[in-house]
Design a binder for this molecule. Sequence first.
Ligand code: HEC
Length: 129
Amino acid sequence: MNVPQLLGMMMLGLLIGVAPACSQSDAPQPGAAGAAPAEYRDGEQKFTANCSRCHGPGAVGTSQGPPLVHKIYEPNHHGDAAFQNAAANGVRSHHWQFGNMPKIEGVTPDDVDQIVKYVRWLQKQAGIF
Ligand code: HEC
């Protein structure tokens, strides 16, 4: 075996040896979101103040509104613009039987941006995307 081949074998050995070390441990676990990391706390606070009375703490839903931690609200189906639109204009009931969502007074587009980041984080923790 010449030198480049030998090196190649060694690299392969390294790759195979290292791979298992970074599997599993970071796998998302449904419902295991826990406390939000610092970068999402502003969004969490704004969500709690403006949205959670219907969408529930941690966006798991209540009797007044649907969970946002749900497959139908993943980024490809309800992009960030859908959140801006919901807060600014309200939502006519179409997916659920909770009735319409009113427009939310007193939240700015910046607030909603932060709320969306927090909700995306929750969705990711739940393994939705
Ligand atoms: C008074 C209750 C209530 C509050 C407060 C509320 N929502 Fe909603 N929201 C609803 C209901 C009910 C629906 C479901 C409508 C339907 O049937 O599709 C909904 C749907 C949504 C949707 C899906 C929109 C779509 O295009 O289908 C988004 C996004 C959303 N809400 C975000 C928010 C955010 C962000 C806040 C806080 C700024 C918020 N909601 C506050 C009741 C509420």
